[in-house]
Design a protein around this ligand. Structure first.
Ligand code: PLP
Length: 506
């Protein structure tokens, strides 16, 4: 089979197996190796031998290279242009981070090496344990948790163990705002808590009256992100902190949204006892499909003994892995955690130093600049916190546009794809109807933001003039509109779903 087109965004790129042809002679095992292979096969147990030859596509090197290059061009990444996914902090990652973190000094290390031979990496972990504590206003951090959600689970397990040690196991309720990221209630449940929801008030803050009505003897703690998933700073956080501490509960900070206050405000100073940071977002390591995560989890001094092990200690001469924390919740993953994002974040911090706060300043400026542009469009509104400054992100609602024209938030997102832009997060948080949650970060230029705003303006105008045209998108992408309902159903996510269901049924 031949591809239908060689242009950049390829339509219907065949599978590599479809490009294969037995008529082509592309690979041959030389005689010497055949003998060697035959000899090796004789030594293997019969049951380990293949019954049939493996299906290796018969395709030449240039065709392999072109096939994968064409596929790579069908994808869109932050190295091509902005990825404004809210609650995701998809910033450009400096290439020096990538380069240094993948040097053999890092990648060739083996986790079973003797501590004396890995002093360099242990020093990096030790410094990160301290620096991240300084940034968050806490005492010490564990670099073990391999993702943000794993950091949340670490925190929730620490809260549970801490309460148990104090003889307060009947404290079994974790308060989570309605606008929270889904991983928050999930982590609380996994740690054995019951989740109690609280709504937001019209300002976008946690509704204090509702909070007061649910806080009580059974309150184990609260999981909050500040700025919230609405991009708004929780202005009464000190009152919330007093309220929760007043009943003996603890405050957990979801640090995935730290970008907007980085180097300016610290969760520890707001009263939070435990904080996780998404190193793979805030500290410039690729997020999501871009690579493994690191959900460093930081605690105040009185919780330090509960951290996962090992942590790295320094005796003035050598760095050592320490396993004997008296109250540790145990391991959260194998070995030291995900080293590569950790090293990338370390380099990022080394480069920025005290100018870290500019990250927050520029990302906030960018967000508010875009917010002003978008909220001036017909059919677009802010459901919460009208007139308030945003921090790292803004959530706009197309509810009016939808009611006026039938064009939904999803249609607008698809129309953005057609204009060459990556769509933002849509329909989250659930408390905003027809939502677009947009996070631009400090790495976008004014020209890029103007281009995004102009695309939105054009789509909204078209929605009022000719809504069918907006609904008939995307047309310029390698695949057209997917059936979101089918796409979202777990049973249609075939390979991993099948694998997971096998695991669950044993
Ligand atoms: C607010 C918030 N909390 C937690 C998480 C979970 O982080 P991770 O995806 O690394 O598990 C995310 C991820 O997008 C998030 O946006």
């Amino acid at each position: 089979m031949v591809p239908k087109s060689f242009r950049q965004a390829v339509w219907d790129e065949p599978l590599i197996f479809e490009l294969s042809s037995n008529a082509k002679k592309t690979f041959e095992i030389d005689e010497e190796f055949k003998d060697y292979a035959a000899d090796a096969m004789r030594k293997l147990p019969v049951e380990a031998l293949r019954k049939e030859a493996p299906a290796i596509p018969n395709i030449s090197e240039p065709e392999v290279v072109r096939h994968y290059t064409r596929l790579s061009q069908m994808a869109y990444g932050v190295d091509q242009g902005p990825v404004p996914l809210g609650s995701c902090t998809m910033k450009y990652n400096p290439k020096i981070d990538e380069e240094l973190a993948t040097l053999p000094y890092i990648t060739d290390l083996h986790p079973y090496q003797d501590e004396d031979t890995v002093q360099g990496i242990l020093e990096i972990i030790y410094l990160m344990q301290k620096w991240l504590a300084e940034i968050t206003g806490t005492y010490i951090c564990s670099l073990q948790p391999p993702a943000g959600a794993a950091g949340e689970l670490t925190g929730a397990l620490i809260i549970r163990k801490y309460l148990k040690e104090k003889g307060l196991s009947d404290k079994d309720e974790m308060i989570v705002p309605e606008s929270a990221h889904g991983t928050n209630p999930a982590s609380a449940v996994m740690a054995g808590f019951k989740v109690v929801k609280v709504p937001a008030d019209s300002e976008g803050n946690t509704d204090l009256e509702s909070l007061k009505s649910v806080v009580g003897e059974r309150t184990a703690g609260i999981m909050l992100t500040n700025p919230s998933t609405l991009g708004l700073f929780e202005s009464r956080i000190l009152e919330i902190s007093d309220l929760i501490h007043g009943v003996g509960g603890l405050l957990y900070y979801d640090g995935a949204n730290l970008n907007g206050i980085l180097g300016i405000a610290r969760p520890g100073d707001m009263g939070f006892d435990i904080t996780h940071l998404n190193l793979h977002k805030t500290f410039a390591a690729p997020h999501g499909g871009g690579g493994p995560g690191a959900g460093a989890t930081c605690v105040k001094k009185e919780l330090a003994d509960y951290l996962p092990v090992p942590i790295v200690d320094y005796d003035g001469r050598k760095y050592r892995l320490r396993y004997n924390l008296p109250k540790t919740i145990g391991r959260m993953t194998w070995f030291y955690g995900n080293i590569v994002p950790m090293v990338k974040s370390f380099i990022y911090l080394m480069m920025l130093g005290p100018s870290l706060r500019e990250v927050a300043e520029i990302s906030v400026l960018n967000t508010n600049y875009l917010m002003r542009k978008l909220t001036s469009l017909k059919g677009v509104s802010l459901v919460y916190g009208e007139g308030r400054w945003r921090k790292h992100e803004v959530v706009i609602s197309f509810d009016r546009l939808h009611k006026d024209t039938g064009v939904s938030a999803e249609d607008v997102a698809k129309a953005l794809l057609d204009r060459g832009f990556h769509a933002p997060t849509i329909y989250f948080p659930l408390i905003v109807p027809e939502a677009h949650m947009i996070e631009l970060t400090e790495t976008e230029t004014r020209e890029n933001i103007d281009a995004i705003a102009n695309a939105y303006e054009e789509i909204v105008r078209q929605a009022y003039e000719d809504p069918a045209k907006v609904k008939d998108t995307p047309r310029n992408t390698s695949i057209g509109r997917l059936d979101a309902l089918v796409g979202n159903h777990p049973k249609t996510v075939t390979p991993s779903y099948k694998y997971m269901s096998r695991l669950r049924t044993g």
